[in-house]
Design a protein around this ligand. Structure first.
Ligand SMILES: [Zn+2]
Ligand SMILES: [Zn+2]
Length: 292
């Protein structure tokens, strides 16, 4: 399995490669625009050229994945917000296509005051449209629905939600799932022991199909199983525990898959200084990985 982290693209998307390589990432996740703003300055030709050059140079950091803006909600019952979200998602997919990035993950969304089923139908409609409208601009980019923790009216916490959306888009080859360990655990699927892991993955296979699982987010959980709380803990320091991650890392089915940390970047130590946590979490994962 290829392990990496969410890396800052501050100062230009191409800069993320060097940062990722410096801390030993074998793959990386990034934002190609501000995640908390709707607007995005179009990528300049120079940015694209520099990114592609870095992609050629840093062959040790592959594949790259994008995380779309947190503002996007294509489950929204508000037609204005829905269209705004849809257009933002489309721009994100187009940017990934321009940069030759093979994976983009987005949060399926919240149904708000409507019913969950209506929300799921709206998500499916948005995914279908984005696949059609970016068929030429991002032909090699897979659009992944992230598994969610089930906070509030968030959809995507049940494997059935993801299965429904993928089914509605005809199991399109450019649609897939991003499996977030913290979120899946928070949603009530156990991953802690080899037996629990086997049961959960068998359920995912039966409901969604393992072939649709394209990429992982590796986060431990600050809350217990099934609490629907989306709070990421350092690897081995949460309620999933090290064995939970060893289950994925040593499963030969995921040998070519990428997994990205989205755990807190820094922690304070006794003397008041802060230490970088990604290298520590990466080292923990590397120790747990006994197959290559
Ligand atoms: Zn996410
Ligand atoms: Zn999360």
């Amino acid at each position: 399995m290829r392990i990496g982290a969410h890396i800052s693209a501050a100062g230009g998307v191409f800069k993320a490669f060097e940062r990722a390589a410096d801390i030993g990432c074998e793959t990386m996740l990034l934002f190609t625009k501000s995640n908390r703003q709707w607007k995005a300055k179009p990528l300049a030709a120079e940015d694209v050229t520099k990114f592609k050059a870095a992609q050629q140079k840093f062959t040790s950091v592959q594949p790259v994945a994008v995380h779309a803006s947190y503002l996007i909600n294509i489950a929204s019952p508000d037609p204005v917000l829905w269209e705004k979200s849809y257009q933002a998602l489309k721009v994100e997919v187009e940017r990934a296509g321009l940069l030759d990035i093979p994976l983009i993950t987005f949060h399926p969304g919240s149904h708000m005051e409507g019913t969950p089923q209506d929300g799921l139908a709206r998500i499916a409609q948005g995914v279908e449209r984005v696949l059609v409208e970016t068929a030429e601009s991002a032909p090699n980019t897979i659009v992944c629905l992230e598994t969610m923790a089930g906070q509030g009216t968030n959809l995507g916490a049940k494997f059935e939600h993801l299965a429904y959306i993928l089914g509605e888009v005809g199991h399109h080859p450019r649609a897939g799932v991003c499996f977030d360990t913290c979120h899946v655990f928070a949603a009530g699927y156990d991953l802690r022991t080899p037996e629990a892991y086997t049961t959960t993955m068998a359920e995912f296979d039966a409901v969604v199909g393992l072939e649709h699982l394209k990429v992982f987010h590796f986060n431990d959980s600050k809350f217990k199983l099934g609490q629907n709380k989306d709070r990421h803990a350092h690897i081995g320091e949460g309620f999933i525990g090290k064995q939970g991650f060893a289950n994925f890392l040593n499963d030969p089915r995921w040998q070519k898959h990428a997994a990205h940390l989205e755990t807190p970047k820094k922690e304070k130590v006794e003397d008041g200084n802060e230490i970088e946590m990604d290298p520590i979490n990466l080292a923990t994962l590397r120790e747990l990985r006994t197959i290559n």
